[in-house]
Design a protein around this ligand. Structure first.
Ligand code: ADP
Ligand code: MG
Length: 355
């Protein structure tokens, strides 16, 4: 998979801001990620409800000797959608072909990949909300009836051919479920949202990664990193590596709580693991809008991000952490946001129960 052309600016911008705590995958850590990606349900940490349902679907499919239903995973970047698709393939004992919507620009791209599939195989399409209309139209009959409808010739001599395809499973992943067209969404048998990870789960991810990379870490050290990983395994893994560099150069190599905290402070990663976009968003609401509410478009324009990025990448974590609230009149912050960002909680606001 390659980085998608028009995301490049966004990614470059993000990297400039703070490469360590962005949840999006960036080119330099692709190999690193692949080396630590869990391959089985046992090593895939957390998401337990989702794992249980998937295990049942997989067992049933195996009993029926049929491929799995088409699956759609959605949720913020870095929570394990791609990894889970790989685990499913492993569990089903089938091959997985990985692509992403922007790589399927021309009809022949999607036709080619569909025709290359063998019975039971999994086709994984990342960023599936970005499929164009033509590709979607080709996918519908492929998903529904395992056929490929192709037209050949020009106007008067146009012929439609219907080719059978082997039965396959499509796994789609997206950060923007809302942008998926209705007809496409309806063709997925199973739709699941991935959740942010708890501190304990992230600690397990960190300990596992440290084990693979031969990094010495104790329980408190793992927790200290987990606490600042924004609920996201991709960030947790990236931080382990950065903290380990720090431990090696400034200490004896072992990651303890003290080492982790001083490294994370040096990397300017705060207690919630907020990145600079999160922070400028919260700061804006506090400083310019007295804590809100303020409309999302106004926020986006003021901090120079697009509305969708804010909604899909920043907001889910801020909402879940209780640092941001969505109201009919716009977004507002909580007293905890004031405290966390180093501001005095305005008394009037607290007295009048504005939060
Ligand atoms: N449940 C998990 N347990 C352990 N590691 C995980 C888990 N989910 C994700 N990871 C790690 O986080 C990284 C990002 O996961 P990925 O599947 O690429 O996220 P997404 O596709 O949702 O953006 C991977 O390198 C993987 O090692
Ligand atoms: Mg992915």
């Amino acid at each position: 998979m390659s980085i998608i052309a028009d995301d490049e600016n966004f990614i470059k911008q993000s990297v400039r801001k703070n490469p360590v705590i962005k949840a999006e995958s960036i080119e330099f850590d692709k190999n690193f990620e692949n080396s630590i990606r869990p391959k089985s349900f046992d090593t895939y940490i957390g998401q337990s409800a989702l794992k249980e349902t998937l295990k049942i679907s997989i067992a049933a499919a195996k009993k029926r000797e049929l491929p799995l239903d088409h699956l759609l995973f959605y949720g913020p970047p870095g929570l394990g959608k791609t990894t889970l698709a790989g685990v499913i393939a492993e569990q089903m004992g089938v091959e997985i072909k990985i692509t992403s919507a922007p790589a399927l620009e021309r009809p022949r791209d999607i036709i080619g990949i569909l025709m290359s599939l063998k019975g039971g195989e999994i086709l994984f399409i990342d960023e599936i909300h970005r499929l164009n209309k033509v590709a979607e139209e080709i996918l519908y009959p492929a998903m529904e009836d395992f056929t490929l409808d192709m037209t050949t010739g020009k106007s008067q001599t146009v012929k439609t051919m219907r080719l059978p395809l082997p039965k396959f499973t499509l796994i789609g992943a997206t950060t923007k479920a809302g942008e998926l067209s209705g007809p496409l969404r309806d063709r997925f048998g199973i739709i699941h949202r991935l959740e942010f990870y708890t501190e304990d789960e992230l600690s397990q991810v960190i300990t596992r990664t440290a084990g693979i990379l031969n990094i010495e870490i104790d329980k408190e050290g793992a927790h200290a990193i987990a606490r600042r990983s924004r609920g996201t395994p991709r960030i947790a893994n990236r931080l382990v590596k950065r903290v380990s560099d720090f431990a090696l150069v400034k200490y004896d190599g072992k990651i303890t709580q003290e080492v982790a905290n001083s490294a994370l402070d040096a990397l300017k990663i705060d207690n919630y693991g907020l990145d600079s976009t999160d922070r400028s968003l919260l700061k804006l609401i506090i400083e310019k809008y007295d804590g809100g509410p303020v409309g999302i478009e106004t926020i986006a324009a003021a901090i120079g991000e697009d509305v969708r990025t804010i909604e899909d990448v920043c907001e889910p974590f801020l909402l879940q952490a209780g640092l941001l609230q969505r109201t009919p009149r716009g977004r507002k912050v909580s007293p905890e946001t004031y405290r966390h960002m180093g501001y005095k909680v305005p008394q009037t606001a607290e007295q009048q129960n504005l939060f």
